[in-house]
Write a protein that binds this ligand. Sequence first.
Ligand SMILES: [Mg+2]
Length: 214
Amino acid sequence: MLEEATSVSAIVFDLDGTLYTNAELLAEIERTAELLVARGRGVSPQAARRTMNRARRRIADLEGREPTLSRVCMELGIELRDLHRTFEEMVRPEQYLVYDPVLQALLEGLREQCPLYLYTNNNLPLTQKILALLGIENLFERLFTIEYAWRPKPDPEVLEMVLGEIGGPPDEVLFVGDRDQVDLEPARDRGLPTLLVSETADLLQVHKLLGLLP
Ligand SMILES: [Mg+2]
């Protein structure tokens, strides 16, 4: 949760589900992963989907949290690099995403206050494409994509590396994301202020925190 009077010297954003929400794009990513699992096991995409759902439930029971898609695919023997190569080939964000002037204005306002960073389980080519489609490709100081460590969130060690690159006290780095256990829990554990969002309008909360709004 946001604390009053927090001094923020940098903001780290998740990408998917945080800076945009799009059910169709999400479904295309999911379908692509299913195709890869299907190909690897020589089964139909429907059978692959059932296998993935079972794996998802199994990991959720075991770890007490809903696993990410990366985690499910890794559990089923898919190499993370293969998964992302396939995403890069098959996922077409340009079919679903359009320029978002409100998001652009919100982030431009924030960037006047402090540097903005992106930390996402998505890969660099798709991330760059998505940012360009939304009209926010030049607003980030640095993009931490899956290529940074080839270890998906949640991962406290990689978070630590990211914080090291950003510099400054962690309690001044605001982490904004749409999944509590994936994005915010590790950040919170490390003493970062966090903000859970479910739509672009929620990003106005960041402006409130920084005193940019009444
Ligand atoms: Mg997300």
